[in-house]
Design a binder for this molecule. Structure first.
Ligand code: NAD
Length: 494
């Protein structure tokens, strides 16, 4: 049976960075694998007056790193059409409609349309509205819209944006990208949790002491300065990626592995987040901004950033979940720029054994039930290493009897991961299949914003003392103190 998918892609923002760096290479990989073949076409739109020939050169250039043969690249690029288009001008949609219908007939696209909004979100509403008013949606095939982050900058703006989109599209036609959900090891969370009795049996507050999620970036703000300065780490990383990861880690077992069943459980998990009261923000969340390092500029000295900016480039927090499974287990999260290294990992720290039979003194010396034996820790390495690590206590080799921590280690081998699809390729393929499991649904977005808004509002009303961390560290000292006050510490420290 053929795997070929049939669709017309219309990419709004076809000249932009996202389109060139992510979308064209991902579409090309789907083409190389035969998912896209004869029955697909792409219309790239943006304001610039490009010709199709120039557009083909841009497509070809965007694939330069893939070392593909020129003939395949030329064939692939011949499916691309450029249309100069101002998204606010109704007349331009009429031209777009004609071109869409022509390509539909030419390539046999069966009325299947995917609209990719690779543009600033303030244009999403007007695009959606024009797609409807100018009758660009078809009724003989599917119509799906893929949108990029950020989805609003607080709950109110997200709701407004959602209302604009849902005036044209149903929720099941809207694919909100969170590229972390396209990552191999994030998708693996569900597999290890629900595919292994040993984990799911222990996956609760009886056995788990705390969970730590770290999304660490080594680079500074780079070319996204203007956007980032209006956003900050909390909005840019916590509201979406971190809370999505948290929901996958904490949700109950879905009845079946289907989009709807998973969404139901993720929403329940997000709705169980304990909302912070404003006065609790300062004790549960830490914000930071990087200062200057040996060979790195301070955030406030970066290009296009004002010298008194109070934007957070780091956030750490303690999140509690109020349900039977998780009551009492802190989830510590952190993310930031200019940190020690670039990686994403999840550390699940289990409770220590209640008795240390190997050292009775130790038991007597501790009122606390937990002993000095090291806890078991399951680490899920999301990137750059992809794999798992389990820390256990074992006998130290040699005479006498002492215990020592050892590690069981698994990582995907480089050969297997080299051929595995990158997040955007995976997600585009899912969208072609009509599978929105790995996209964010509206209720998840809404609940995440409601949680984050309280923190942001408190921060907006209280001046921070920035800068407060040095590049190359893991953020401000207060992020370590956050765990220390609970008797914990970060598993990853530099
Ligand atoms: P970009 O500025 O490089 O591209 C924006 C595109 O929109 C350009 O093609 C531009 O010509 C077009 N455009 C602007 N105004 C227009 C108008 N009135 N009519 C028609 N076209 C117009 O931006 P980008 O980096 O490609 O980002 C696009 C979207 O993706 C944004 O929502 C961004 O937040 C999101 N995003 C980007 C990245 C990334 O890696 N670049 C990552 C995550 C999310």
């Amino acid at each position: 049976m053929s795997n070929e998918k049939i669709a017309l892609f219309t990419i709004f923002g076809g000249t932009g960075d996202l389109a060139q760096r992510k979308l064209y290479p991902s579409l090309f990989k789907l083409y190389q694998k035969g998912y896209l073949k004869d029955h697909f076409a792409v219309i790239g739109t943006a304001r610039r007056p490009w010709t199709d020939d120039h557009y083909h050169e841009v497509i070809s250039d965007s694939l330069a790193d893939l070392n593909a043969d020129q003939e395949t690249v030329t064939q692939f690029a011949s499916h691309f059409y450029y249309q100069s288009h101002d998204v606010t001008d109704a007349e331009h949609y009429r031209t777009l409609k004609k071109l869409s219908e022509k390509l539909d007939a030419q390539y046999g696209l069966q009325g299947n349309r995917i609209f990719y909004l690779a543009m600033a979100p303030n244009f999403f509403g007007t695009i959606a509205q024009h797609l409807r008013s100018e009758n660009i949606l078809t009724d003989n095939g599917f119509n799906r819209v893929i949108i990029e982050k950020p989805f609003g900058h607080d709950y109110e703006s997200a709701k407004e944006l959602n209302d604009q989109l849902t005036a044209t599209f149903n929720e099941n036609q809207i694919y909100r990208i969170d590229h972390y959900l396209g990552k191999e090891m994030i998708q693996n969370i569900t597999a290890i949790r629900f595919g292994n009795n040993i984990w799911e049996s222990l996956w609760n507050n009886r056995y788990i002491d705390n969970v730590q999620i770290t999304l660490s970036e080594k680079l500074g703000v780079e070319e996204r300065a203007v956007y980032y300065d209006n956003s900050g780490a909390l909005r840019d990383m916590v509201q979406n990626h971190i809370l999505q990861i948290l929901s996958l880690l904490t949700m109950d077992q879905p009845v079946e592995f289907t989009e709807n069943d998973i969404d139901v459980e993720k929403v329940k998990a997000l709705r169980s987040l304990r909302p912070l009261k404003p006065e609790e923000v300062a004790t549960n969340f830490v914000r930071g901004q990087y200062g200057a390092g040996d060979d790195a500029k301070a955030y406030r000295d970066e290009d296009k950033i004002s010298s008194d900016s109070n934007t957070d480039t780091f956030v750490a927090g303690k999140v509690m979940i109020d349900n039977y499974r998780w009551s009492g287990v802190p989830f510590y999260i952190r993310t930031g720029k200019r940190l020690a290294d670039k990686f994403t990992r999840i550390d699940v720290v289990f409770k220590r054994p209640v008795v240390n039979i190997f050292n009775h003194e130790d038991v007597r010396a501790n009122d606390d039930a937990a002993t000095s034996l090291d806890p078991n820790i399951l680490t899920i390495n999301v990137e750059p290493t992809e794999g798992f690590e389990l820390r256990m206590n074992a006998k130290a080799i040699g005479q006498g009897f002492a215990t020592t921590p050892v590690k069981l280690n698994y990582s995907h081998d480089a050969e297997a991961t080299a051929g595995s699809p990158e997040a955007y390729e995976r997600l585009l393929h899912d969208a072609l299949n009509g599978d929105a499991t790995n996209f964010t649904h509206w209720q998840e977005v809404a609940d995440s914003w409601k949680f984050v808004d309280v923190i942001q509002k408190y921060w907006d009303e209280h001046q921070p003392e920035f800068p407060n961390y040095r590049p190359g560290t893991m953020g401000p000292d207060a992020a370590d103190e956050l765990l220390r006050q609970d008797g914990h510490r970060w598993v990853y420290r530099n």
